[in-house]
Design a protein around this ligand. Structure first.
Ligand code: FRU
Length: 542
């Protein structure tokens, strides 16, 4: 059966919303079975889970070029559906200066890069509902890393190699070209058998990306289809691609490939054996140098935290990496990047003036029940933070440019008392003593509490008295002694707590009513400095 005839039988390209290539066959998922024509015996229409698939054996007319053309029609249809979905829903939990999806679900930041005079940041987006369904990439642009504007939906899950999601990846800026690398996620058959390929897309003018299809189709030996999230670096005159992966023995590892031209890739090695059993999968690798020291950031899944309060198996870590003469790497000195509740799958980039700036997903893979879902959206990205390596330790501070959002400074003295800040969007500085408590986002029923436990010398962040519907409620971090200084970024339903000038950070989604704007302290007297933060450009389609 030639491809044109098959499209015709399916009721035309406009009735096809997915193309799949299961072993030796071609399948189209069709919208409306009523417009499917009378089928010859070699073509089958069958229900696969909740989709109708028209399948026949693949002949020589079903070329990748022909499928690519069909992909463009599917993409045009997907884009047309997005017009309304790109308008933001209103909800009092929405952030005023963080990036959140207009509606639907946001997860990882992607392709974060400075290219052609602008900062580019993409993100994973499921436009429909608050679930992880077929992912799109949204493209945001900024001149200053603070004001972000929605540029467009950059990539849609339109093709046979990414039909179930344009998954995460990074970008490379080369001359005038922006090249993004991502994992094409495909699910086949009733068992939803996973198939992953590493794909790319190119923009020659900084605008629309054009897919160039899969560049790595085969898996490296000894790993499962859980192989994804390409990160590319340039080292010793060649390109190296890192992928997060899972071995067939169910251990998380890092796969490395190299290339001369960014298009043809050769597998080199799996790394990370020195960590032994450290999770069943490593997602979202990022590798970059801080003061000439390479660092490796990743999201191991299936690990246990040292804290009894942290029951989430999906975590974040930063490690140091050294390369030998053959460019083989070894990983050491693991540190927790963020001790809060919601920090996952971060990406970083180098600013024009050489700072390493990181953005994370303020959310977690299994967390799907937030009060925001009733308004049709879930999750957001974190504030941007700057990373430095000081005496071998990672230090993280809020992006300097965020200071441009500050309004007037308010100095407040509190002695076992409270004050109404009349806003949930602020930056706050306070020095606290051991044994004292600070409550934020407070009303008569709800609050978030920070407690400095003098016995165990740890800071406890407790959101059990909030409207949280799912997830852990307490996080802790052990701190060095002396007073504890806090810089807190608040944005309606999030807190990012930078402790002791970047010694540790805690990121948290915290839901309390809109009117819960009080701040109080217990067992201490403190001077608090507060800036209300002004909203930058709204990052939605205008
Ligand atoms: C991490 C992750 C990535 C994957 C993406 C899919 O949150 O699972 O490994 O590429 O999300 O949205």
């Amino acid at each position: 059966m030639c491809i044109e005839d098959l499209i015709e039988l399916a009721g035309g390209a406009s009735n096809i919303y997915r193309v799949l290539l299961p072993e030796g066959n071609v399948s189209f998922a069709v919208r409306d079975t009523d417009v499917v024509r009378a089928l010859p015996s070699e073509v089958v229409l069958e229900k696969v889970l909740d989709e109708w698939h028209l399948t026949c054996s693949r002949d020589e007319t079903v070329t990748e070029d022909a499928l690519f053309r069909l992909g463009r029609e599917i993409e045009a249809h997907q884009r047309a559906q997005l017009t309304d979905l790109a308008q933001p829903v209103s909800c009092h939990y929405r952030p005023s200066w963080h990036i959140a999806p207009p509606r639907g679900l946001i997860n990882d930041p992607n392709g974060f890069i400075f290219h052609n005079g602008q900062y580019h940041l993409f993100y994973q987006w499921s436009p429909i509902g608050c679930a992880h369904t077929d992912k799109y990439w949204v493209h945001m642009l900024s001149d200053d890393l603070v004001n972000w504007k929605w540029d467009d939906v950059a990539l849609t899950p339109s093709d046979w190699f990414d039909s179930h999601g344009v998954y995460s990846g990074h970008a490379v800026s080369l001359d005038n070209e922006l090249m993004v690398f991502y994992t094409g996620n495909v699910r086949l058959g009733e068992e939803r058998h996973r198939q992953t390929m590493q794909c790319a897309a190119i923009s020659t003018d900084g605008g629309q990306l054009h897919k160039i299809g899969p560049l790595i189709r085969e898996l490296p030996p000894g790993v499962t289809e859980h192989t994804r999230d390409p990160k590319i670096i340039r080292r010793n005159g060649k390109w190296i691609m890192f992928l997060g992966t899972q071995t067939t023995a169910m251990q998380g590892r890092l796969a490395a490939y190299h290339s001369e031209d960014l298009h043809h890739w050769q597998f080199d090695n799996l790394y990370g054996h020195e960590l032994g059993d450290f999770g069943y999968m490593w997602e979202c690798p990022d590798i970059f140098a801080l003061n000439q020291q390479y660092c490796f950031v990743f999201a191991p899944q299936g690990i246990k935290s040292e804290s009894e309060f942290n029951t989430v198996p999906h975590q974040n870590r930063i490690a140091q990496v050294s390369f030998n003469d053959q460019d083989e790497l070894s990983i050491s000195k693991l540190q927790v990047l963020d001790y809060g509740f919601d920090f996952y799958a971060p990406q970083s980039m180098e600013t024009q003036d050489g700072r390493r700036v990181m953005c994370g997903w303020m959310g977690l893979p299994d967390e799907l029940k937030h009060p925001t879902c009733r308004s049709g959206w879930i999750h957001q990205l974190t504030a941007l933070r700057e990373l430095e390596l000081v005496d071998g330790r990672i230090v993280q501070r809020p992006l300097q440019e965020l200071a441009s959002l500050r309004g007037e400074l308010r100095e407040i003295q509190l002695d076992n008392g409270s004050t109404d800040l009349a806003t949930k969007t602020f930056e706050l500085f306070v020095d606290m003593e051991w044994g004292s408590r600070l409550r934020l986002f407070e009303d008569e029923h709800y609050y978030v509490e920070i407690y400095l436990d003098p016995i165990k010398h740890r800071l406890l962040l407790d959101r059990s008295n909030t409207q949280i519907e799912e997830g852990d409620t307490v996080r802790e971090v052990e701190l060095s002694s002396g007073n504890v200084s806090l810089q807190i970024l608040a944005d309606n339903s999030s807190l990012e707590i930078f402790i002791n000038h970047g010694e540790a950070v805690m990121t948290a989604r915290v839901f309390t009513p809109e009117s819960a704007t009080r701040l109080s302290v217990k067992d201490t007297a403190v001077n608090v400095q507060v800036y209300e933060l002004q909203a930058p450009l709204a990052p939605y389609r205008s």
